[in-house]
Design a protein. Structure first.
Length: 215
């Protein structure tokens, strides 16, 4: 499996001949718009900076609701959550997506804004190998809440997302450095993450920062 980070909450995930894309955005947010084909497109919530499906060149299978899905041998579970810490009263609902890809369990939290995961959500995410985690605060959880979720889920790898990037017109969110300081780690950046199930290591969580392709 190969993971590339476009920016904001948008990833391109490739397993053999299958491509999954998450939360595409338009150029109006100030970043280079993702423009590629995909077999599967997941949309965590219907806000303009996460649901720009027009950026995808072809006609992928779109998942934008909770539920269980199997497409081309990829198992996907959509788990309901909230975009804020007041039962969705401010920003509505959000879907957490859990993928089983090549024997690896990958979780994309979307614009998760709850102060913590509920017991029901935790029970759906008992095995999380790779966690794509919002860390910028304001619209989502911030560094401290992100740290608590890492402690709860105990993933092998964490890839931060939804933080401030140069050029981004959404100014309220924090830069990546705030999350790294909270975690007490230095920045470990890669162009992309290519990984197989056997590469996953037991022990401490590894935080990998992927270079945003849109920045």
């Amino acid at each position: 499996m190969t993971i590339q980070y476009w920016g904001h909450s948008c990833f391109k995930i490739t397993e053999k001949e299958i491509t999954i894309t998450t939360d595409p955005f338009p150029k109006e947010i100030g970043l280079k718009e993702p423009r590629f084909s995909a077999d599967i497109l997941t949309i965590s919530h219907q806000h303009w900076d996460h649901n720009f499906k027009e950026s995808i060149k072809n006609s992928p299978f779109i998942i934008d609701q909770p539920g269980e899905y199997e497409i081309k041998g990829i198992f996907i579970k959509g788990i309901p959550s909230f975009h804020d810490d007041c039962q969705g009263k401010k920003r509505g609902v959000n879907t957490i997506f859990s993928f089983e890809i090549g024997g690896i369990n990958l979780v994309h939290l979307g614009d998760f804004g709850q102060s913590e995961l509920t017991e029901e959500q935790l029970s759906e995410l008992t095995k999380t190998d790779i966690l794509l985690l919002p860390v910028g605060g304001f619209y989502t959880i911030g560094p401290k809440e992100a740290h608590k979720i890492i402690l709860k889920l105990e993933p092998r790898i964490v890839i931060p997302m939804h933080y401030f990037l140069e050029g981004l017109k959404i100014k309220e969110i924090l830069p990546l450095d705030n999350f790294l300081a909270e975690m007490g780690v230095e920045k470990k950046e890669k162009e992309k993450l290519a990984i197989k199930k056997n590469d996953l290591k037991e022990g401490e969580v590894e935080i990998i920062c992927l270079k945003p392709l849109a920045a």
